[in-house]
Write a protein that binds this ligand. Sequence first.
Ligand SMILES: Cc1cc2nc3c(=O)[nH]c(=O)nc-3n(C[C@H](O)[C@H](O)[C@H](O)COP(=O)(O)OP(=O)(O)OC[C@H]3O[C@@H](n4cnc5c(N)ncnc54)[C@H](O)[C@@H]3O)c2cc1C
Length: 385
Amino acid sequence: MKRAVIVGAGIAGLATALRLGRDGWHTLVVERASARRSSGYLVNLLGSGYDAAERLALLPVLSDRALGVFTTVLVRADGRPKFTVPSAIAEAALGARSMSVFRGDLEAALYEAVGDRTEFRFGTTVSSVDQDADRVRVVLSDGTTEEADLLVGADGVHSATRTAVFGPDLRVDLPYIVAAVPLGDLAAVLPESSATTFIGPGRTAAILNLGPQRSSAFFTYRCEDPRSELRRGPVDALGAAFQDLAAGVPEALRHLEKDPTSAYFDRVSQVVMPRWSTGRIVLLGDAAWCVTVFAGHGAALALAGADQLGAALQRHDHDIPAALADWEAGLRPEAVKRQALARRGMYQYAPPSRFHVWMNDITIRAITLPGVRGLLRRSIERQNR
Ligand SMILES: Cc1cc2nc3c(=O)[nH]c(=O)nc-3n(C[C@H](O)[C@H](O)[C@H](O)COP(=O)(O)OP(=O)(O)OC[C@H]3O[C@@H](n4cnc5c(N)ncnc54)[C@H](O)[C@@H]3O)c2cc1C
């Protein structure tokens, strides 16, 4: 039986464990955190990500947890509505083969699907790695050494596997912070089944209210020194950047104060590498190609990458380096395209000026016009091909 060590129990690592486990591999997942990490804002599964979810047989479970359709209410800083984008618009634009779920629900669906076919070691990471033509040897922080046919570094945008094997400086840090805060019940504050969204110069705050325990806040903002923002921590940094806003933001910040560890809070970075593998070591997901939150496609690409990796390994049977090269050739064009779209997406989430905010508003309003809706759907379909 072939053996794989997978670093990271995020979306990419779990999806890889699922796919390889089903293909008959023995898989060991090592996760640095002491327990599962199930938080996060919504993730969109469309295009190749939706196809992968289908092939991995995740759709029945995910459909039960899908966020469904909701109205987007664009608001001013004081909470007064600017205009509303009806749920039918997003539904029509995204098409039938798409789904939005909370990241935590996707993580849970993957974890449950993996079941006991994988060995998990939490609170564990990789201390050193070396390989020859036949094996890769991985020394773990728990003092054990694993020999495997394949090492998959799925340890996210700050991947230690990437730094250890491919060297530093492959991450392009962008001057933005992103945060997601799970919320309790917001029914008294905001309309149910809505995303109340403020987009102003350099920042976005969106509060998704889908009922009790199905609500979450998303924040992103531009800042010249993200490292010092990270040092301040989410409570101070988000408090300073968003305290002037109304419409659910004060409540979200109060939630955050009560439980700061529940928040996802990070700088925004892309990862740009000339190759995602060397010999029997491969990077997958954000570790290899992080596209950023602005692409809205990180989880979808992680699923697609894992599923397509399994398919390539099957095609090439014993020749792992050839399988990895074949897999990368198939996937790289999409990752490159998503990274380029993300760089443009920054203007939507953190418009540089009031003029850009105004232009965004006009674009979003135009989307609500019946003729433009069809154009939008065709454009999204083209992007997902
Ligand atoms: C808790 C959490 C919440 C998130 N929320 C959002 C969100 O709201 N919006 C958004 O756009 N993106 C979010 N992300 C990122 C998003 O999940 C990814 O962009 C996307 O799903 C690709 O997944 P990934 O598995 O490559 O990376 P990730 O989902 O980041 O998973 C990487 C995993 O590797 C683990 N890890 C890191 N270093 C090591 C190490 N040295 N050894 C072992 N394990 C290690 C991490 O703890 C993590 O579990 C979140 C990530 C996490 C971990």
